[in-house]
Design a protein. Structure first.
Length: 352
């Protein structure tokens, strides 16, 4: 078992490296360092430009890894294994991290493990909450994914529901563009929504009463029509932001509560970039009070980061898993251990 794992994350527009360290076998690792470099150039374009992201990772990654080692007070010789995001994500960006990790591991004769980005988000709370253990329900919400999972054990995932079209994070980014706000959209909308009147606009709650799946494309269209109909967007902007945020969070929290009740789990994990929203975590905790505890990582660990990749990699390495030198970046990498069939909640109830 590795005692020191170097994590590398380059799936989108954050270049990140982190070190996890354990001082004795069987003990949960502790975060020794985490360095995240965000690529601000994409703000100019209102979204990520893949070619620019790849080039920025290529230029920054060696220095980011060196800084992570320095902040941990470790040399390369102390590293036992390298964990790297293999997918999904922007294939060019992923390729930079995978090739760099392969070169490091091969040259230093270290173990190498490719990690699924969303499994990283699932493990993110475990970095700060080492006592976190399945079974639990997990809601993973990011710019590219909206997944509701039942997690009976680490590495074993049962799909309860996912988005039929757009991810919640993408909806935030697109609506922020419609409102003339910056990128990424989630923090901008949350900030503006705090001053909005919740009664000024009302937007639909897509699929609110239907099972555990999600849809956000129609909600984006409703916001588009509201923006076009506004006679004074400067006046209406905070109210539209508030109504949109309320609609998305109402759907997310309602589905999460429905999953908790259907499965009988007593813990609900929130992960992914959208889980950086204090409004989301607050509403989830309020809705699930007395029903399930809500576990969420700090915003730094919910954003794309290498600590979560190292933690997921740590788990895989502890199981004896290793990647060979044919590992390649995959934009469509399937989540390992995921049952590909949506599991009807009525068939998995297992009260704890």
């Amino acid at each position: 078992m590795a005692d020191v794992v170097l994590g590398i994350e380059t799936s989108c527009d954050e270049t990140s490296a982190a070190l996890l360290v354990s001082d004795r076998p069987g003990r949960a690792p502790e975060l020794a360092s985490l360095v995240i470099l965000s690529q601000d150039v994409h703000r100019v374009f209102g979204g990520v430009v893949p070619e620019l992201a790849s080039r920025a990772h290529l230029a920054a990654l060696p220095a980011i890894v060196q800084r992570a080692l320095a902040e941990a007070g470790l040399g390369w010789s102390a590293v036992d294994a390298v964990a790297v995001t293999q997918g999904p994500g922007l294939v060019g960006a992923l390729l930079v991290g995978v090739v760099y990790a392969k070169a490091l591991a091969y040259a230093g004769d270290r173990a190498l493990i490719g990690v699924h980005h969303m499994e990283g988000h699932l493990f993110a709370p475990a970095v700060e909450h080492p006592d976190l253990a399945p079974p639990f329900v997990a809601l993973l919400v990011s710019g590219g994914h909206t997944l509701l999972l039942d997690v009976p054990a680490w590495g074993s995932y049962r799909l309860l529901g996912s988005t039929r079209d757009d991810a919640a994070g993408e909806a935030f980014d697109k609506v922020a563009t419609l409102l003339g706000l910056g990128y990424p959209g989630g923090p901008e909308i949350e900030r503006l929504a705090a001053t909005g009147d919740p009664a000024r606009f009302t937007f639909p709650r897509p699929m609110l009463d239907d099972g555990l799946e999600f849809s956000f494309s129609g909600l984006k269209t409703a916001v588009l029509y509201a923006v076009r109909a506004s006679a004074d967007l400067n006046r209406d902007r905070p109210h539209i932001a508030r109504a949109f945020q309320d609609a998305v969070l109402d759907v997310l929290v309602t589905k999460l509560e429905r999953a908790v009740r259907a499965t009988g789990r007593h813990t609900a994990v929130l992960g992914g970039g959208v889980a950086c929203s204090r409004t989301l975590t607050g509403r989830a905790a309020e809705r699930l009070a007395g029903l399930a505890r809500v576990v969420v990582a700090s915003p730094r660990l919910n954003a794309d980061n290498a600590a979560m990749i190292a933690r997921a990699g740590w788990h895989r390495l502890a199981l004896g898993e290793r990647s060979d030198w044919t590992i390649d970046a995959r934009a469509d990498l399937p989540l390992p251990g995921l049952d590909p069939v949506v599991i009807p909640p009525s068939t998995i109830r297992n009260p704890q």
